[in-house]
Design a protein around this ligand. Structure first.
Ligand SMILES: [Zn+2]
Length: 424
């Protein structure tokens, strides 16, 4: 009987937006029961409505061990650091509920435990942490990390949002929108920035701090004789991700155009490599598998400011997480080592698969030219970028200042902004 009721109730899960709690309505009746000695089920209903028709919210089911572990009292939890502090050496994973109460007025659940501890939980707090699928997905795709939407080159103008530099610097709401656009589409353009070398630093510090690399904090992309990196030549720069040779690859590029080449070249090329991976998975599943499984040696050898470096990181072209979602794309023709530390039989199939990936990316690349004052920001672990060749003279010098931000820092700022906007 209870099971049937449970299924009926689950179908009534209301849509909501974590962490906005405006949709959270305090209900008249709360009750709680223990199930199988291991779970606590909280039931909420608002049966005293004007129409007198009883309606219920989805029951919230929590493992007892999780509830005890997450007790919010001052013995178990340090409120200032928002950290658990109870002694896990003494923690009983088989802890049981001795007594269960609910308080209608305070909307709280009160549990007396078998270890003689008492815990009090706000219903609102429990609701936010419900193990229901829909609630977990909402938390993961909205608050944890916005879910990426993949796009093809033809949709570039549709998906690329434009922001005003001064709005990003002065308004938290615009800052949040910029970072959300970056997280979802992997690209956004900021316009009307001053022609000053500090622009990339101002933007990075608005979010957090610049991610330093072998090449320093800010870097200048300009044609220069005797270049130590292919990006510093005026030749065409084929599609690539930056710094694939780092295990902790800098996440996000900020490229500030101060002077643009007046020659026909110097256009940016961008591709959503998550979309290319989708195409590979659909059209060439065997090749896709090879690109997700074959470890490639990415490298960079050189020196900067008389400091020598020799970076190597081995990783597939398409990296996946436990759920099969893309976590990172690696692609750079110049920064692929001649050491290819895989079994002999794996080499030729990998080349065949890689050639398909490179061709699909080239065919899908969107070309556009930034103007002085434009800041192109994009996800370096997702998008491939490149540049068409250009012909500079002394009076016509393309000059771009760049810096990196890391996703840890971007996501953190985004959560802070969302929490502030929600009024917490
Ligand atoms: Zn406690």
């Amino acid at each position: 009987m209870f099971k049937r009721t449970l299924n009926q109730l689950i179908n009534k899960i209301p849509p909501s937006n974590f962490p906005t709690l405006a949709n959270w309505q305090l209900r008249r009746f709360i009750s709680a029961t223990v199930e199988n000695d291991k779970f606590v089920v909280v039931l909420q209903s608002n049966s005293q409505t004007e129409s007198s028709s009883s309606s219920s919210l989805a029951p919230l089911k929590f493992p007892s061990v999780w509830l005890r572990d997450n007790c919010c009292c001052s013995q178990c939890f340090h409120p200032t650091s928002k950290s658990r502090k109870h002694d896990w050496d003494k923690f009983d994973v088989n802890v049981r509920v001795k007594q269960l109460q609910t308080n209608e007025q305070t909307k709280q659940l009160i549990i007396d435990w078998s270890d003689n501890h008492r815990s009090v939980y706000d219903l609102k707090w429990l609701q936010e942490r419900a193990f229901i699928d829909a609630r977990r997905q909402e938390y993961l795709n909205d608050f944890y990390r916005p879910k990426p939407k993949h796009w093809s080159g033809a949709d570039f103008d549709k998906v690329t949002e434009i922001f005003d530099f001064h709005d990003v610097i002065n308004t938290d709401e615009v800052l949040k929108k910029w970072l959300e656009a970056l997280a979802i589409y992997g690209v956004a353009i900021i316009r009307n920035s001053p022609i000053e070398k500090t622009v990339v630093r101002q933007l990075a510090e608005r979010v957090g701090f610049i991610r330093r690399t072998t090449y320093g904090e800010e870097f200048i992309v300009q044609s220069k004789p005797g270049a130590k990196n292919v990006a510093y030549l005026s030749d065409p720069l084929p599609l690539h991700t930056d710094l694939p040779y780092y295990e902790y690859k800098p996440s996000c590029n900020i490229l500030h155009c101060m002077v643009q080449s007046k020659s026909v070249g110097g256009s940016n090329l961008l591709v959503d490599a998550f979309h290319i991976a989708d195409c590979m998975r659909a059209d060439y599943p065997e090749d896709y598998k090879i690109l997700t499984q074959t470890l490639v040696d990415w490298n960079d050898i050189g020196s900067e400011d008389d400091k020598h470096f020799h970076n190597i990181w081995r990783a597939p072209v398409i990296c996946l997480d436990n759920d099969g979602n893309y976590t990172r794309i690696n692609h750079s023709i110049p920064q692929r080592d001649s050491h290819f530390s895989v079994p002999l039989d794996a080499v030729i199939p990998w080349y065949e698969a890689y050639a398909k990936f490179v061709r699909l990316a080239r065919e899908d690349a969107h070309s556009f030219k930034t103007k002085p004052g434009d800041v192109l920001t994009f996800n370096n672990i997702r998008l491939l970028h490149g540049r068409t060749g250009y012909d500079d003279t002394e009076e016509n010098v393309r000059y771009i200042v760049g810096a990196y931000l890391d996703w840890d820092i971007i996501y953190s700022k985004l959560r802070v902004l969302k929490t502030q906007a929600a009024g917490f």
